[in-house]
Design a protein around this ligand. Structure first.
Ligand code: ZN
Ligand code: ZN
Length: 954
């Protein structure tokens, strides 16, 4: 006997029951250890999840994939590491803590104390890691949760030191001065990798047209346009395109302006008077005077590079023909391209702002005022007044900080870089060694590798990897330290405790390699012998995540990072069989950083296969945002829809397309798949119990065509699902399962309702038990629920993956059954057309032009399904056609009435709560006497009696 099935199943409650069961019975532990002695190994490398918040439903998509692949491999008998990762260093953690503490600037952090702040960061990220662990468990994600890796861990940090030392030895690390995108709130540079498409906002700024008098030419001016007026005081030069044509146009005040020919009309209107036309190269070298020439910072720049200061230079790349004036304002201190051009053409550099975007000393009244907060500071500035031509609001896509959404500025700063030119080709070679799914992922990665500039690895922040770079205060020579041991050896100060007792004033030893403790350690400059200190910067977070192919393989014997010791354990696993992450963004981030680090350390790709997927959107296809109010937290969705429904939504999604997540979709999925499966499972259990079916009755000779067909379909399904999962194609696998369940329910069970006997039970049992195993990696809860009821085994998650029985596969039968179902559908359409219900028997159904013969067993299915007495075949050319004889004779009419009466009695039985095998008496106004026995048999009625209306007695 099976446990009775609740037809009104509450999936959420059912899931909680199994979560408790798995914990109580140590199922997860047993699952993790299942293949300990296996010689087959499989290494899934987990990209760490940012531990600074609870999970959203977008996290659950990726985690469902990760769980699916690992569960599949586990059932197949592969030994795995099952290490989940948390990313907990870096700006994202700091920003959360700053928010919690109400800080608005770096000054407040320093006042609070770096040590206390860093402690808060650790506490916060560990808290969120715990929350995410519990949420992942709720998702049914089986991992070695007590053995997760943390990017803040010593293993990780020292492994990055090792990597950076290798880079240093290969001469790849340098300190560079550059104009970089900068967040004035976070007070740090934003690396090129971090500025993604998504990190732009549509913003309207006041753009300015301003005029600059040309030296030595009376009444001639350059007309210049900029969308960033705050940079005008830092102007050092102008750019023209040497090949394009420029016009000298007379303005309404009688002054003559140089503008790009193609833009003259847009600025001055039609009927402009063009006094002169020249190509841009004729303007190169001309000098001009600027509005802010009286400021000390500008005077200094003029003295520095008098030849190029305020001159016109040529560039083909910087001039656009669609907006502005075609004469481009250059502020070398306030833009990456400007800075690069300045290097090429020997322009002076005026640094304009500090790390909070306040004007520096030397800017007169502007000094100390914020460049971004108030545009009028420049627009209404008395110095600019006489040069102002016009102000125009301008809508453009402007980059913002990816963490705090503050508008970025550009600053000239000294930062640390890894040279990428020497790595470009080797990294492309590495990338091509791996299989990318979808395949265009590789093209995207190669495109990025072709265009990437040097890797900016430093951040002027507090909580993160302590960059192991020690720089001499006197001669500025620097060195990179590759390990804690090396540092200990070289330290001349601050490594050990000052006293025997650890105290806050003590040294670095005993602390994790983080600020502020690591900053105490001094070494001797190898060049001049002076004291060298660590640079105060922390690392780019993608260093933290990029090292994990190396840092997370811990030798179980020595408990040490295998890669840094004897590499024995490491070489058993590396490179990973799979990484699986969401692709937008990761081309420039995680995929990039693991490729870079692995190429430097091992000269190859750290993964064999990369599987990726798109983004989660809301039900309308719009981006989810906390501020928009359409974001869905994981907990809420799990509680409302259950995680098996959520998982099925993820796994039946084409991973190349964005997934529109919502409760309406979830409801459709539940009805379409979960409830359909639940209902057939319920049907089987109910009738198997009534008929006292016992598993030991299983016999393995199947005669009925429906049994042979569904078992052929089942074994084919095992083949398809296995092959799809081997190819990391969850979409095909899940769609195939869904199609199978549909066939099983709407054809096999439907056509078997009148033959519920042992053969049916045996078949349905095999199907359901196998389905439970196939579904275990997809919907672990529903699979367990069915499996535990159908078998006496401990858990479906400790089972082996089903093997197909090839001898049961009958392609010919499957093909013919498909045609039969097609014919039946055509027959139903004919009935609908004639408006005759299926319950009304008809005499004849004709099938024309069927290209092959079908056996009686299949013909009988057609007869039963269409409720016809005869099926006739007519050979001929042309398409398959059917015809239905719709004549209803008095006998047929009586039979139809009997069917209707049977249906009504069944309804009554249900309403009265009769047991399925309970006998009843039935009162009826009238019934076809010829069919009395038939009615009695089909409704379990012991007698029929005359009554005014239908009634039943128990
Ligand atoms: Zn920011
Ligand atoms: Zn030195």
């Amino acid at each position: 006997m099976f446990k009775a099935v609740d037809p009104k199943i509450n999936f959420v409650e059912m899931e909680k029951k199994w979560l408790a069961f798995w914990t109580e019975n140590k199922i997860v532990e047993k699952y993790l250890q299942k293949n300990n002695n296996s010689s087959k190994k499989y290494f899934f490398l987990d990209g760490p999840i940012t531990a600074n918040n609870q999970m959203g439903v977008h996290h659950a998509w990726g985690r469902t994939y990760k769980d699916l692949w690992q569960r599949f491999k586990n059932m197949q008998g592969f030994k795995q590491t099952f290490r989940n990762g948390f990313d907990n260093q870096g700006l994202w953690v700091e920003v959360e803590v700053e928010k919690a503490l109400g800080f608005k600037s770096k000054k407040e952090i320093e006042k609070f104390g770096i040590e206390k702040f860093v402690d808060e960061c650790k506490k916060s990220t560990l808290h969120w890691a715990d929350v995410q662990t519990e949420q992942s468990k709720r998702l049914g994600y089986f991992m070695d949760w007590d053995n997760s890796y943390y990017t803040m861990g010593e293993e990780n940090n020292y492994a990055i030191w090792f990597f950076l030392k290798k880079c240093f030895e290969k001469n790849l690390i340098y300190k560079g001065r550059d104009s970089v995108p900068w967040c004035p709130r976070c007070g740090t540079a934003i690396s090129q990798h971090e500025i993604l498409q998504e990190e732009y906002k549509e913003l309207t700024h006041d753009s300015v047209f301003f005029e600059l008098p040309i030296v030595g030419r009376d009444n001639e001016r350059f007309l210049v346009w900029t969308t960033t007026p705050w940079t005008i005081p830092a102007n050092v030069a102008l750019v023209v395109n040497p090949q394009m044509e420029y016009f000298l146009v007379t303005g309404s005040t009688g002054i003559n302006f140089w503008v790009l020919g193609n833009l003259a009309e847009s600025v001055f209107g039609k009927n402009t008077i063009v006094k002169e036309r020249v190509t841009g190269d004729k303007l190169v070298g001309l000098k001009y005077t600027g509005p802010f020439d009286v400021l000390p910072a500008v005077i200094k720049a003029k003295e520095e590079k008098p030849k190029t200061f305020h001159s016109v230079v040529a560039s083909k790349d910087l001039v656009t023909e669609t907006e502005g004036t075609g004469i481009v304002h250059i502020a070398t201190g306030c833009g990456t391209e400007d800075f690069a051009l300045g290097k090429e053409t020997n322009l002076p550099v005026i640094s304009a702002i500090d790390e909070a975007a306040n004007y520096l000393e030397g800017f007169g009244d502007l000094s100390g005022k914020n460049a971004k907060n108030d545009p009028d500071l420049i627009l209404k500035n008395s110095l600019l007044e006489k040069n102002l031509f016009k102000i125009m609001p301008f809508l453009h896509r402007y980059p913002v900080c990816w963490r705090c959404k503050t508008e970025l500025v550009w600053r000239v700063v000294s930062e640390w870089y890894i040279k990428m030119d020497p790595l470009r080709e080797p990294m492309k070679k590495s990338a091509k060694q791996s299989k990318w799914i979808p395949s265009w992922g590789l093209d995207r990665e190669i495109d990025w590798l072709n265009h990437m500039s040097d890797w900016l690895i430093s951040k002027k922040r507090y909580w993160g990897l302590a960059l192991p770079i020690w720089e001499c205060a006197k001669c500025h020579a620097f060195t990179v330290i590759g390990s804690k041991e090396e540092l200990k050896k070289k330290a001349i100060e601050g490594f050990r405790f000052a006293s025997a007792r650890p105290s806050r004033d003590g040294g670095f030893e005993g602390h994790t390699p983080h600020r502020p403790w690591i900053d105490k350690v001094k070494i001797k400059c190898e060049k001049c012998g002076e004291i060298a200190s660590r640079i105060p910067d922390v690392g780019n977070p993608w260093l933290d995540a990029g090292i994990v192919p190396f840092s997370t393989l811990i030798d179980p014997q020595t408990k040490k990072v295998s890669y840094l010791t004897d590499k024995n354990y490491f070489s058993q696993w590396y490179p990973a069989d799979l990484v699986s992450e969401c692709f937008p963004g990761q081309f420039k981030n995680w995929f990039y950083s693991i490729l870079a680090m692995s190429t430097v350390l091992e000269g190859k790709s750290p993964f064999k296969v990369l599987q990726s997927y798109a983004l989660v959107r809301d039900e309308k296809g719009e981006e989810m945002h906390k501020s928009k109010g359409n974001a869905i937290w994981f907990d809420e969705a799990a509680e409302k829809m259950g995680v098996d429904v959520m998982r099925w939504m993820y796994l039946t999604q084409n991973p190349e397309l964005n997934l529109n997540f919502g409760y309406k979709t979830a409801d459709e999925i539940r009805r379409r798949f979960h409830l359909m499966l639940w209902n057939v499972y319920n049907f089987f259990v109910t009738y198997a119990n009534i008929n006292k079916f016992e598993i030991r009755n299983l016999k393995f000779e199947f005669k009925n065509v429906l049994d042979r067909w569904i078992l052929s379909r089942l074994n084919n399904l095992i083949k398809v699902v296995t092959a799809s999962l081997e190819e990391y194609d969850a979409y095909t696998a899940s769609e195939s399962i869904e199609k199978f369940v549909n066939d099983f329910s709407t054809w096999y069970i439907r056509r078997s309702r009148n033959r519920v006997g042992n053969e049916f039970f045996n078949t349905a049992y095999i199907v359901l038990l196998t389905l439970a195993k196939l579904l275990a990696p997809f919907t672990p809860f529903l699979a367990e629920e069915m499996f535990k009821n159908l078998s006496d085994q401990e858990s479906v998650h400790l089972q082996a993956w089903p093997e197909p029985e090839s001898e049961k596969i009958n392609h010919d039968l499957e093909k013919k059954m498909a045609i039969v179902r097609e014919i039946v559908e055509m027959g139903h359409a004919k009935r609908k057309q004639a408006e005759i219900k299926v319950r009304q028997p008809l005499s004849k159904f004709e099938i024309r032009n069927l290209k092959f013969e079908i056996k009686d067993e299949l013909v009988r299915l057609i007869k039963d399904e269409l409720n016809v007495k005869e099926v006739e075949f007519k050979d001929g050319e042309g398409d398959l056609q059917v015809d239905l004889d719709t004549t209803i004779t008095p006998e047929l009419k009586e039979e139809g009435e009997a069917r209707e009466i049977i249906r009504e009695i069944q309804e009554k039985r249900k309403e009265a709560g009769c047991k399925l095998d309970e006998k009843i008496s039935v009162g009826l106004p009238s019934w076809p006497k010829r069919l009395e026995e038939d009615i009695k048999r089909k409704t379990l009625a012991s007698d029929l009696y005359q009554a005014n209306q239908l009634e039943i007695k128990k």
